[in-house]
Design a binder for this molecule. Structure first.
Ligand code: B1M
Length: 235
């Protein structure tokens, strides 16, 4: 996309030109430049979520379109993902929660066969920022690993991420296995990922679909409030 990055001084660009340049740098997989741009925007008073949405997520959306259209290929997109993570690493501590007591606990992982983790990692950052304790299982997670982690950590929430139409059906295998073992009602099951929707979440037996990381925070809070209200009534 850009061939002149060396000549551009990011700090001299105004906000619009800088975010445009960051989209180009994300496209070109330039991690150092993305980190620098992220710091500059924060230094200009942008909130971490604004930087995340307008500079980083938007940059990856553009990459995704050209990946879909066969203009970019896996090695290039891996570099873009690396650049995205460089920006996310700077934002992570800023989104971290300062409160003392966790509002709940979650276990989350990307389903078996799927190695996409940027969206999941964003959800983790936002959940932690909202006061959830989160156990990250990583990528390519098998049903037995999910269930082992649920039994070990006893969370309130099970989160699952899938970015591929071929891997999203695996969520039903996990939910069905929970049902078979009599564990389904012990957890709030939240699912997300670009190819999913509310109908799919209902069809696999999840409690809710989360469109993005902000929705994942709101949905988690809503279900936690319901769970703890119900428990206090039952007690
Ligand atoms: Co892949 N890939 N990819 N890829 N990749 C997609 C998903 C694709 C849509 C690209 C395209 O064609 N336009 C396409 C899927 C098509 C389909 O299934 N219909 C695709 C493909 C085909 C593939 C391969 C098969 C390519 C190949 O090998 N030929 C391969 C599969 C590998 C595998 O998993 N087995 C593959 C590989 C890769 C890379 C490794 C190169 C890289 C991943 C690197 C990484 O994650 N570490 C990659 C990337 C980066 C993408 C795109 C470009 C970007 C995904 C991303 O990070 N988005 C993607 C195109 C796209 O999505 N537009 C694409 C940014 C992120 C912030 O958004 O992940 O949607 P997202 O997460 C959001 C929400 O969805 C939601 O909140 C997040 C934050 O707001 N959310 C949750 C996500 N998970 C949640 C969980 C929750 C709640 C909310 O739990 C409660």
């Amino acid at each position: 996309m850009s061939t002149q990055t060396d000549e551009i001084i990011l700090s001299e660009l105004d906000d619009d030109a800088l975010t445009d340049q960051m989209h180009a740098d994300m496209y070109d997989g330039l991690a150092d430049e993305i980190a620098e741009g992220t710091r500059i925007l924060l230094g200009r008073g942008w909130s971490p979520t604004e930087v995340l949405e307008k500079a980083l997520v938007e940059g990856m959306r553009i990459v995704g379109m050209d990946f879909r259209d066969g203009i970019l290929f896996v090695p290039e997109v891996l570099l873009s993902a690396n650049a995205m993570k460089a920006g996310m690493n700077i934002l992570k501590p800023l989104l971290a929660n300062t409160g003392a007591k966790p509002i709940g606990k979650a276990v989350i992982g990307t389903v078996k066969g799927d190695i996409h983790d940027i969206g999941k990692n964003l959800v983790i950052m936002m959940w932690e920022g909202a006061g959830l304790e989160v156990i990250d299982l990583g990528i390519n997670i098998d049903v037995d690993v999910y269930i082992g982690a649920l039994q070990e950590h006893q969370p309130d929430i099970l989160g699952m991420s899938a970015l591929l139409t071929t891997t999203m059906p695996y969520m039903k295998i996990v939910v069905d296995t929970l049902k078979e073992r009599g564990l389904r009602e012990d957890y709030i099951v939240l699912v997300g990922g670009a190819p999913l929707n509310e109908e799919f979440a209902a069809a696999v037996g999840a409690d809710a679909y989360c469109r993005d990381a902000a929705a994942a925070v709101e949905t988690a809070k809503h279900h936690l409030a319901r769970k703890y209200r119900r428990n206090s009534i039952d007690a």
